[in-house]
Design a protein around this ligand. Structure first.
Ligand code: UD1
Ligand code: MG
Length: 485
């Protein structure tokens, strides 16, 4: 991208978005892990503007708080009760330094596929052509609702006419206004001061600036792009899904081109901030969300959801839910595992089937293979946790921690009542309910001794099939133990 930075970008996001039929402001809806306004800010920031302002009004506090979180340097501009994109732009200018000169980009908070590259290209064309206004346009055979680009006999842009104000002849024009522009700052300010609300919608139209600027003698240009998706806005939840699918297709394509194998891009969802190493394979039905990073040569899926987690090189994660977790290189997870916040699985470790972990550090090569709840625990390298072990970390009031030492072995179906420390090289017998620490080299047997009561079935279950089977088996034993047989 060129290094011509705009003086400012103004993002318009004051509209109501009634067709979303949602309590959530339109621009706070997300696709590919980023809100619509977040996408607009990311594209704007890619041009490295000196200033960025976002114009808000509808559900102002919610939107402003979100913007402050995404981009603390963004300026918030409040639109007053005067309606229209022209007024919104004026309000956006008002929070910028007085007398600002240079190029001002205006874009929308609800056009999420627009890229920084396209905005930069708009700046460059605008600058190279010496224009005072350059409008980004697209061509469609369904132009209804859009402002139409009216060109003069020489093909130069003469004006933009809104659908509701257009003549029958103008309605046939297929080149439409995307609503994204580059302006000369002074021309924009001066023209906006002269825009009125005399139109079908009684709004102050930003589009009127073009005609005024031209009348003042400036050059007005258009930059027509063929990639329709980039200028497509979200107005309802059908468009939200359409644009989400398209963005996802672009993101998955980017990773495939970078060497990631994606078996079924249609059922794979990857958020924009995720990174994936080459030669990793993503199997169908997987979602990689938030700030997730995946190493090289890993196998992810099928049916995996990973959020805000780090998966190491060569790890294998299948049919699992993973959030705020770290999975080491060459580690194995799944199937049917639930890795909750604070899980850290060491290199070549294992979290197996029907295992839930939380705030658990599991050392290199350690294994938690079957049917276990492992919460608030530190497990040393090479340790093995038997099937069905429960780390009882919560007594109803406080949560306590368990330590299992290196190369130790916890027998199946044990309950470890935290806080407990099992030293390095120790054993816990299967079926134990462990409440005390275990020293190095010891085995803890924390369960009742086995006691067999002969004749119980015959007495207590007389006449049942079980009693008959017992009698037959006993008879057989007698025959087998008879001398000489
Ligand atoms: C606008 C354009 C139209 C263009 C279309 C592209 C004008 C007059 N018309 O029409 O030529 O084809 O976009 O989508 O500019 N907004 C504010 N404050 C307002 C009004 C709107 O911030 O008072 C914001 C909205 O939040 C939205 C954007 O501006 O992000 C566009 O508003 P919208 O009402 O959708 O404009 P259109 O009538 O569709
Ligand atoms: Mg619109």
């Amino acid at each position: 991208m060129s290094d011509r930075h705009p003086a400012a970008v103004i993002i318009l996001a004051a509209g109501e978005g009634t067709r979303m039929k949602s309590a959530t402001p339109k621009v706070l809806h997300a696709i590919c892990g980023r809100t619509l306004v977040g996408h607009a800010i990311a594209a704007a920031r890619a041009t490295r503007p000196e200033h960025l302002s976002v114009v808000v009004r509808h559900q102002r506090d919610l939107v402003a708080a979100h913007i402050a979180q995404v981009d603390p340097d963004a300026l918030i501009a409040d639109q007053d009760e005067i309606k229209g994109t022209g007024r919104a732009t004026e309000c956006g200018l008002d929070v910028l330094p007085e007398g600002l000169t240079g190029t001002v980009l205006v874009t929308y908070g609800d056009v999420p596929l627009l890229t920084g590259e396209t905005l930069q290209e708009l700046v460059d064309r605008h600058t190279d052509s010496g224009s005072v206004v350059t409008v980004l346009t697209g061509v469609t055979d369904k132009p209804a609702g859009y402002g139409r680009i009216v060109r003069d006999a020489d093909g130069a842009v003469a004006a933009i006419v809104e659908h509701k104000d257009a003549t029958a002849e103008q309605l046939l024009i297929q080149e439409i206004n995307s609503g994204i522009y580059a302006f000369d700052a002074e021309v924009l300010r001066s023209a906006l001061a002269r825009v009125t609300t005399e139109n079908a919608q009684q709004e102050k139209y930003l589009t009127d600036v073009l005609e005024i600027a031209r009348r003042d003698g400036g050059t007005v240009s258009a930059y027509r792009i063929d990639d329709w998706w980039q200028t497509e806005g979200v107005n309802d939840k059908v468009q939200l899904a359409d644009l989400g699918r398209e963005l996802n297709a672009r993101v998955t394509e980017k990773w495939m081109r970078a060497g990631v194998t994606i078996v079924d891009p249609n059922s794979t969802w990857i958020d924009v901030e995720v990174t994936i190493g080459a030669d990793t394979t993503i199997r169908p039905g997987s979602q990689l969300l938030g700030a997730t990073t995946i190493g090289t040569g890993a196998i992810i899926g099928p049916e995996v959801t990973i959020s805000d987690s780090e998966i190491g090189d060569g790890a294998h994660v299948r049919r699992a839910e993973v959030e705020l977790a770290v999975v080491g290189a060459g580690a194995v997870v799944g199937p049917y595992s639930y890795l909750r916040a604070g899980t850290e699985l060491g290199p070549k470790g294992k979290i197996g089937g029907f295992v839930e972990t939380k705030n658990a550090t599991i050392g290199a090569g350690a294994k938690v293979p079957h049917l276990t709840y492992c919460g608030d625990a530190t497990i040393g390298e090479g340790a093995n946790i038997g099937a069905g072990t429960i780390f009882a970390n919560y007594d109803g009031v406080t949560k306590s921690h368990t330590r299992i030492g290196k190369q130790s072995f916890v027998g199946s179906s044990s309950v470890i009542v935290a806080p407990v420390t099992v030293a390095d090289g120790a054993y816990v017998a299967a079926g134990s309910a462990l409440v005390n620490d275990v020293g190095p080299g010891e085995i803890a047997v924390a369960r009742g001794r086995q006691r067999n009561i002969a004749g119980w079935v015959a007495r207590a279950r007389a006449g049942t099939k079980t009693a008959a089977a017992a009698a037959a088996a006993l008879e057989e034993q007698i025959i087998e133990t008879e001398p000489g047989s």
